[in-house]
Design a protein around this ligand. Structure first.
Ligand SMILES: [Zn+2]
Ligand SMILES: [Zn+2]
Length: 101
């Protein structure tokens, strides 16, 4: 199950479960829209691309699969990216489409 982390890992902006600004990589590293652009759509932890995070329903539409039973994580992972180091890391990755990395 997705962890639904509470903030952007770089700028610590709140990203509540219903946020349409939350983006994740395949490891659930979580960044806001502005930081995904800042990072050139290269995850600083794994080099993968980002996609918008799905919104977990807040309503129990079916089988207790909703936020009320599976709430978002409250564990903040604020690890600001060293942008100079990221520029070097991402230089060779950015030109490669995420699906080809
Ligand atoms: Zn951010
Ligand atoms: Zn990642």
């Amino acid at each position: 199950m997705l962890e639904l982390r509470p903030t952007c890992e770089h700028c610590n902006k709140p990203l509540p479960p219903h946020s349409t600004e939350a983006h994740i990589c395949s490891y659930e590293c979580t960044f806001c829209t502005a930081c995904v652009e800042l990072l050139g759509n290269v995850c600083p932890n794994c080099g993968g691309g980002f996609i918008p995070r799905p919104v977990r329903p807040s309503t129990n539409w079916k089988g207790d699969n909703f936020l009320g039973k599976d709430p978002a994580s409250t564990k903040v992972r604020h690890r600001p990216v060293d942008l100079a180091a990221h520029a070097r890391f991402a230089a060779g990755i950015k030109p490669v489409a995420p699906e080809d990395r």
